[in-house]
Each structure stands twice: as C-alpha cells, then as structure tokens.
Design a protein around this ligand. Structure first.
Ligand code: NAD
Length: 276
C-alpha cells in the first residue's frame, strides 16, 4: 500500500443543497476542478465545465456527470489565458442558463525554476491564468450576483497562497495575489448576499502534481520517490496527498446556504502544512 496516497472517498452525502443553481467551474476537465464540478453537480447544480484537452474525452466527462447526477452540463472550451476567452465563458453560461450563481476560479498552471532562470513567458502565463483570469471572471459575474442578492465566488488558491516554497516564484506570487483579491471581493460584496472565499489545498493528487514530480526531480537533482517524500510532502504533516473529493466537498459547502456567513476566508485543506 502506498502510504502517501490520497484516500478513497465514497460518495459524500451532502444532499441537494444546490438544486436549481448554476455553477461555472474553470479548469474542470481534470484534477481539482473536475472534483469540484462533480461535487456541485451531486448537490444539484447545473454546470458549465471548462478547460483544455481532447474533445472526445471531455465530452465523455461531460456526459458522465450529466447522467450520473441528472443535471444539465455544458462544456466551454475558452482559453482563459485571454481576457476575451474569460468574457466568452461567462457570456455563454448566462446565455445557456440565464445566470451564474456560483463561480469557481480554479484553472491554474505551474512552473518550477529558480528566480534568476524563471522564463519570463512562464511568469506572464501563470499570472494571467492563476490570477488575472479570476479577476476577469469575477468582474463579469459580480454585478448580476449583487443585483440578485445571492452569489458565491470560490477561488482555488493554494497553501502557496499563504506560505512560499523555493522555485515557485510566479505561482506563489499569483496565489498570494488571489487571496488578496478574494478578500477585496468579499468586502465589496458582503452586504449583497455574495460571498468570496479562497480554498488553499496542500498537495492533492492530480495531473498538475504528477507533472511537478519530474520538474522538481530535475531542479533538486534527486529521484522521483525522493521528491514525493522529501520535497512535496515534506511540509505536509499528515504525509499524504488529499483527494479531489475533499476539495469538492468544501466547495459545495461554501456554495450552499450554510456557507452564507463564511466570506473573505482563506481556508487551508493542507494536512496541517500552514500550521507550522
Ligand atoms: P490540473 O492540471 O489537473 O487541471 C488544471 C485545469 O486547468 C485543467 O482542466 C486544464 O485543462 C485547465 N487549464 C489549463 N490551462 C488552461 C487555460 N489556458 N484555459 C482554461 N483552462 C485551462 O491541475 P490541478 O492540480 O487540478 O489544479 C487546479 C487548481 O488547483 C490550480 O489552480 C492549482 O494551482 C490549484 N492547486 C492544486 C494543488 C495540487 O496539489 N494539485 C494544490 C494547491 C492548489
């Protein structure tokens, strides 16, 4: 048995708290975004999923969620690196479903390199997707949410929004920025029944992390299993990856009426990492 593995989570029973709501989840063709999309669909939300990838595989994912949870699921292929793509995603969701009740800004990328060697185009890309796309999506939905007197903005930040690690300058800067942005939105929207929160996962077993193992092995000059034990999980006291379902469950709770008084928070789901 792999002691570092994420736990297997059976269908959590969270009821149909989001029945009739419309959710847009960015970067939901894979990993955490897909886990969040499934959790929201399980609670009854209609969905717009988004992300890059192979069309047939994405359509399979879309149909599986729709059939399993009996909700309407659309796919939008907008590239969120481009502000016009972000605008298209929101406009398309409103055209399809009439409104957006829940926005989950999750799409993100990573690059690992020392500051002095950090490729400028990687810095720009990480800031554009991990930070600016959340600003653009939020500014397009917030006015209507305030007018409706209800809305949920959920930003998938990171433990790296609260603390830093070496070699992740752009990612750490973007995630710290995302938490600051979340707090500002929370303050501006609180009186209108709209909440904004950041979820701050530690290591979650997803394709993004799998890719990092090779990059970190190169940066540190060590083997893959040493990266998992001594680099990735070194700061994570519970010594295991989280499952995407653990992030999805928190997002569904924040999106429900029970989450109404939680706003402006940066909530770690990191096995104790940021308690250090
Ligand atoms: P992932 O690589 O599995 O998924 C990323 C998603 O973003 C995919 O659906 C991908 O298609 C989409 N995407 C990438 N570029 C895009 C673009 N230009 N436009 C639109 N969509 C795009 O990654 P993940 O691990 O699930 O990460 C999701 C989020 O969670 C990221 O913001 C990441 O920073 C954050 N996070 C991940 C971990 C972890 O351990 N996996 C920890 C903390 C935070």
């Amino acid at each position: 048995m792999n002691v570092h593995a994420a736990p297997t989570i059976r269908e959590p029973a969270i009821g149909s708290a989001l029945l009739g709501k419309v959710a847009v989840v960015t970067g939901s063709t894979s990993g955490i975004g897909l886990g969040v999309a499934q959790a929201l669909a399980r609670a009854g939300a209609r969905l717009v999923i988004n992300g890059l990838g192979e069309t047939a595989e994405i359509d399979r994912i879309r149909r599986r969620i729709a059939e399993q949870y009996r909700v309407d699921v659309r796919y939008d292929d907008s590239n969120l690196m481009d502000p016009a793509g972000v605008a298209r995603l929101v406009t398309g969701a409103v055209a399809a479903f009439g409104q957006v009740d829940i926005l989950v800004n999750n799409a993100g990328i990573q690059h690992v390199a020392p500051v002095e060697d950090f490729p400028v185009e990687k810095w720009d890309a990480i800031l554009a997707l991990n930070l600016s796309a959340a600003f653009h999506a939020t500014r397009h939905v917030l006015g209507a949410m305030k007018q409706n007197g209800h809305g949920r903005i959920i930003n998938v930040a990171s433990a790296h929004g609260l603390v830093a690690s070496p070699f992740k300058a752009a990612y750490v800067a973007a995630k710290h920025g995302l938490i600051g942005f979340t707090k500002t939105v929370a303050l501006e929207a609180a009186e209108f029944g709209v909440t904004a929160n950041a979820i701050c996962p530690g290591y979650v077993w997803t394709p993004l992390v799998e890719r990092q193992i090779d990059e970190q092995a190169l940066a540190h000059g060590i083997a893959r299993d040493a990266v998992v034990r001594d680099v990735l999980l070194a700061q994570q006291p519970n010594k295991r990856f989280a499952a995407v379902e653990e992030i999805g469950a928190l997002a569904a709770f924040l999106a429900s009426d029970l989450g109404a008084s939680i706003t402006g928070a940066a909530l770690p789901v990191d096995g104790g990492w940021t308690a250090h």
